[in-house]
Design a protein around this ligand. Structure first.
Ligand code: G3P
Ligand code: CA
Length: 244
């Protein structure tokens, strides 16, 4: 895993294009992101697909749960018309389509395994199968709010880089991440402190906060000397974090 400071675009350039679409990922890279953060769950027939909510209602013209639809049914939906009519033809990408596009680049992927509210059997296995197929181990971080999901990844392949996401202020979160053998701790920016970074480093963890969107957030991230940020605005992050 390349360990230089990484700017992950949250769901791609999700303020310009519909989130978690191939266009949004392409635009994020054009705007200076060195990584993409995206959300993955399984279709009814077991394909890893890139979509944030468990329900289709907000970001597609469909309804119901993602896991109740086959890939063919999901591909028949628009993943762009909710954002603007001109994006009607945009589709929910599969993780495989994303891998095919970044395969020959140096772009990193922070793949959030959506496994907290609805436990999806085989999600980790299917993602790892694709990482192996496309030889992308050095370009991916598998992260989750579900410690169980990280455990499953490590059992399936201990060499895959993982990150523990969490909400709010946890007591000594570095201990849990360390027990899980994760490489990254991914706190919300609101709880970032120099002590959190220091403790993470003492536990051999890299730290990459999310929700880093305001000027004060970038300033705090730089002051705390984090290893990367997950942001909606890669171009602002480059400017504030003084990345050339
Ligand atoms: O990767 C951190 C962030 O994406 C977690 O929140 O709800 O946007 O997936 P959410
Ligand atoms: Ca996410």
């Amino acid at each position: 895993m390349n360990t230089s400071f990484c700017i992950f675009a949250h769901r791609g350039a999700s303020h310009i294009y519909p989130e978690n679409t191939l266009s949004s990922f392409r635009e994020a890279i054009r705007r200076g992101a060195t990584g993409i953060e995206l959300d993955v769950q399984l279709s009814k027939d077991g394909h890893p697909v890139v979509i944030h909510d468990e329900s289709l209602n907000r970001t597609t013209n469909g309804s119901g749960l993602v896991k109740h639809h086959t890939l063919k049914q999901l591909k028949a939906l628009s993943a762009g018309s909710w954002f603007h009519p001109r994006y009607e033809r945009m589709k929910i990408p599969t993780l495989e389509e994303v891998f095919q596009r970044i395969q020959r680049s140096r772009v990193l992927l922070n793949i959030e395994m959506k496994n907290l509210l609805i436990r999806s059997q085989n999600l980790e296995e299917q993602i790892i199968h694709l990482i192996t197929k496309y030889n992308l181990k050095e370009q991916v971080i598998l992260s989750s709010f579900s410690p169980q999901s990280i455990e499953v990844v490590k059992k399936l392949n201990p060499h895959i880089t993982t990150g523990l996401l969490y909400f709010g202020k946890l007591d000594e979160p570095w201990k849990l991440a360390s027990e899980l053998n994760a490489q990254y701790l991914q706190p919300p920016i609101e709880v970032l402190t120099p002590e959190l970074v220091q403790q993470s480093r003492l536990h051999q963890l890299q730290i990459c906060p999310y929700g880093v969107n305001e000027p004060k957030d970038y300033v705090l991230a730089v002051r705390c000397n984090v290893d990367g940020v997950i942001t909606m605005y890669p171009e602002k992050a480059r400017k504030f974090c003084r990345i050339k």
